[in-house]
Ligand binder design. Structure first.
Ligand SMILES: Nc1nc2c(ncn2[C@@H]2O[C@H](COP(=O)(O)OP(=O)(O)OP(=O)(O)O)[C@@H](O)[C@H]2O)c(=O)[nH]1
Length: 265
């Protein structure tokens, strides 16, 4: 974020309809912004208001994409990345892995050590996770104590290795919540690959990974569960996305209904 605060930003020369000297960013409205832009074009100090506006826009963009506690991408941004990834995989047939990572027994951390310690755990876990991913991967805080990462170009053969490496990194990195108090944190990980050549949806992809996360939790936590055969778990909805009305939702590989009057048969 930029170093300005909400109430101390000096305004450039503005028309009388806009506020006189200071603009509280929380109160900034479209008309005010338009007035600032209009004035900046005519003002002899044109450079300053433009810089101000650019900083304002940059700051607002950053706010809208980042999780304030951890500095990671937020859910909204992550879903837009997933959307793009689905597109890419559908066009290129390359692989991509989605991992959902959830801190184990996090409620106990909050209940035992307090919310501030819980926040510290979230920040430290985020930092450790950041060291485990490649620059091309997108890591996000997906919800309360849940994180997500999408790994473009991750082959099925390597998925488990990558996820296991992340799990172990968290397991062997204690979180210091006080000078003499360290917590040992674990995470459960569920993962699913994007369906190659199929334009699925973000929610179906997330649901798949979530099912695996549920299995990892149910199996005892601190473990990785990845979908085995992505193509064997294609849902009826996804078959519809691929084949439209050609194939009935009864089963993968069903033949389209034959029209006896069609000479092609
Ligand atoms: N400190 C802190 N706690 C949060 C935040 N967001 C969510 N939580 C807490 O995360 C906890 C999640 O608890 P549960 O959903 O029961 O999950 P859990 O205790 O980790 O249990 P399992 O996931 O089943 O291992 C709740 O106590 C929430 O209050 C946050 O930003 N900061």
């Amino acid at each position: 974020m930029h170093g300005y605060t909400a109430s101390t930003v000096p305004t450039p020369a503005v028309p009388p309809t806009a506020s006189p000297h200071l603009v509280d960013l929380r109160d900034l409205r479209l008309e005010t912004a338009q007035a600032l832009v209009g004035a900046s074009a005519q003002s002899p100090e044109a450079a300053a208001p433009e810089r101000y506006l650019q900083e304002l826009i940059d700051g607002l963009c950053e706010l809208s994409l980042k999780d304030p506690l951890t500095g990671l991408a937020n859910r909204r941004y992550f879903l837009s990345v997933l959307e793009r990834e689905i597109d890419r995989v559908a066009r290129s047939g390359e692989s991509a892995l989605l991992l959902l990572l959830d801190i184990d027994h996090f409620k106990t951390v909050n209940d035992t050590h307090g919310h501030i310690a819980g926040d510290r755990v979230l920040q430290d876990v985020a930092r450790t996770l950041s060291t485990c991913v490649r620059p091309m991967d997108t890591l996000a805080r997906y919800g309360g104590e849940e994180f997500a990462v999408v790994l473009p170009g991750c082959q099925a053969a390597f998925g488990h290795i990558v996820a296991e490496r992340i799990r172990m990194a968290i397991e062997k990195t204690p979180v210091r919540i006080a000078p003499s108090k360290e917590l040992h944190i674990t995470i459960s990980i569920g993962g699913a690959f994007a369906l190659q050549w199929i334009r699925s949806t973000t929610s179906l992809w997330v649901d798949r990974a979530d099912l695996q996360l549920y299995k990892a939790k149910s199996a005892g936590r601190n473990r990785v569960h990845l979908e085995e055969e992505p193509s064997s778990t294609v849902t009826a909805e996804e078959k519809g996305l691929l084949f439209g009305t050609l194939y009935p939702p009864s089963g993968w590989g069903d033949l389209p209904p034959q029209d006896p009057t069609d000479s092609a048969f």
